[in-house]
Design a protein around this ligand. Sequence first.
Ligand code: AHM
Ligand code: MG
Length: 337
Amino acid sequence: MHDQIITIERHIVEQERRYPQATGVFSNLLYDIALAAKIIAYETTRAGLVEILGLAGRINVQGEQQMKLDLFANETMIRMNSYTGRLAVMASEEEEDIIPVPEEYGIGKYVLVFDPLDGSSNVDVNVSIGTIFGVYRRKSKQGPGTLEDCLQMGRDLVAAGYIIYGSSTMMVYSTGQGVHGFTLDPGVGEFLLSHPDIRMPERSKYYSVNQGYEQYWSEGVRRFTWWLQGMDREDPRKPLSGRYSGSLVADFHRNLLEGGIYYYPAEATKPEGKLRLVYEAIPLAFIVEQAGGYASDGQRNILDIQPKSLHQRIPLFIGNLELVKKAEEFISEYDGQ
Ligand code: AHM
Ligand code: MG
């Protein structure tokens, strides 16, 4: 019981000390994200009350339309990061174009991409949701940041992470020195280190996929799923349990801690898959690799894919290295790719 209590701020500072040339800007950017996360967490826990009390506790006497939680999360991320002078540009899953930062507050050297509230269809039924983010260094030399600054490969990330608004709120992030998880103590309003140096367990327990769409899958994906279920006659294995919440962050987080794979494959009706390369696949691929796992589009490492457009979709297989490699094998054998 006498272990140290490490807040996210202290952890970020301690990581920064390893880089004598660091200016502190990057650390401050991570605090900004953590603060935005606390504000979003506060609102998500009140989601069911919004219609009764109005957003932020105000009684909605004018009968105005209440802001939806995903838009609130988007606005919060933008407002907390626009005026800090730390960013050159942002991009959000909720915005069609890149989000410039107002020049009068100074243009910084970092780039922030985010999905403000992933899985938001789960809000009304009180299932976990999440925020996903990635941070790059700008590539453009001066002036406002550009689209190219937001379309970088996962290999070039300087940090990535997610916040899960679940039975407790957690922030999990990596700056390329392992993956660290912090649980929000709502009483003191601090994220406290609860999961230092997360590594994916070698043995997997779960697979997460929307099996309702099986008829649209390729032969390779179908056979891979049978393999996971222990139904491959030539290579039988202990079946994994199925877990799918419809909330990527929640399913990813479970598999990260307990071992397993999440996949959203290409489907006949959605040949590109559903998930977004820039806001979802790449940041989580960075995290999973740092935890000893792997992420693929079924053929290639997600971190090696050059995004071509902001809202590009991509099939995603993410989790334990052995399982994701197996998915690639099935796809190459049966789908001729
Ligand atoms: P969103 O960004 O519109 O919330 O969509 C992403 C979500 C993921 O969180 C989740 O894994 C997936 O979509 C669920 O999709 P489906 O209902 O097709 O299984
Ligand atoms: Mg999303």
